[in-house]
Design a protein around this ligand. Structure first.
Ligand code: NAD
Ligand code: FES
Length: 273
């Protein structure tokens, strides 16, 4: 059993939990993920690690309450327990000691981006972040990024905070200003990562993206998380979740992501939602 040490509501649909998990806290690196199971009958939910504290033996997860399993998790409070917290899974993110990295976060993608940028800052890299959300309330972790980022740029689709537009609007502005960017790390919706790569690839700015396709076992056995990278079949759970954005077949990922929409809908109807 794994104890929930604290819980915080970040916006209407996004919550943060700090969970006591000594083994994961000791071993995990930025970019890796865990699979959580709320109770004995619960589904396995893969979630990227948003933070870890090796002294307190805790791991922080940030999740969007989108379906049955995350709603079940959302019912838990500080002091309660979850049955499984397996990890760390996947490979640590490939972080390089360059001069200047820009992180691009779309919505909940800010959570997995946070430990990667903090690690780069600790390595002596100058780090900026662009955080995007549908409106001001969907922009998360801005204050946490301000603790170490040189610049925190915000974009909202409706203009209620920061620049009106997508994260790519701000990235385009930085590029147009002639900002020297050595690498970009983009994490968020597939369409956002695809459009970030459309800006960076012609300029040859190396761009890492994080993929979170449907995962079942998380150990490379089931094939559920299959993605095409550089024309080769890879499994996001063991070969990723971070990949070279120039090589990812985003259109195939988006097609596969849409494949299970009907089953998800049917499952909700079955539960009377
Ligand atoms: P969202 O749909 O509200 O979008 C967030 C932001 O992404 C927008 O505000 C915008 O700035 C940008 N964006 C959206 N569409 C864009 C487009 N066409 N072009 C350029 N930028 C665009 O995001 P959400 O509802 O918070 O969902 C977050 C997504 O991130 C989910 O799809 C989730 O699967 C994904 N995610 C990925 C990881 C990962 O590890 N890869 C982790 C967490 C979440
Ligand atoms: Fe089964 Fe990746 S989740 S192979």
């Amino acid at each position: 059993m794994y104890k929930i040490v604290s819980k915080e509501t970040l916006n209407a649909s996004v919550e943060l939990m700090e969970i006591e998990a000594p083994f994961v806290a000791r071993k995990c690196e930025a970019g890796q993920f865990i699979i959580i199971r709320v109770d004995e009958d619960g589904e396995r939910i893969p979630l990227t690690i948003a933070d870890y504290d090796r002294e307190k033996n805790t791991v922080t997860i940030i999740y969007q309450v989108v379906g049955y399993s995350t709603e079940l998790l959302s019912k838990k409070q500080a002091g309660d327990t979850v049955v499984d917290f397996v990890g760390p899974l996947g490979k640590p993110a490939p972080l390089h000691k360059v001069s200047h990295v820009v992180g691009v976060a779309g919505g909940v993608g800010a959570a997995p981006l946070y430990p990667q940028l903090r690690k780069l800052h600790e390595m002596g890299v100058s780090v900026d972040v662009i955080i995007g959300g549908r409106s001001a309330e969907y922009v998360i972790l801005a204050d946490k990024f301000k603790e170490f980022c040189d610049n925190v740029y915000i974009a909202t689709d409706d203009g209620s905070l920061g620049t009106k537009g997508f994260v790519t609007t701000v990235l385009q502005e930085l590029i147009d200003k002639g900002e020297k960017i050595d690498e970009v790390i983009a994490i968020g919706p597939l369409i956002m990562m695809k459009n970030v790569v459309a800006l960076t690839k012609p300029l040859n700015i190396p761009t890492s993206v994080s993929l979170n396709p449907i995962m079942i076992d998380g150990t490379g056995m089931c094939g559920g998380c299959r993605v095409s990278v550089g024309g080769k079949m890879m499994f996001a759970c063991v070969d990723g979740p971070d990949f070279d954005g120039f090589e990812v077949d985003f259109d195939e990922c988006m097609k596969r992501q849409g494949m299970f929409k009907e089953e998800e809908h049917a499952c909700k109807i079955g539960r009377g939602e």
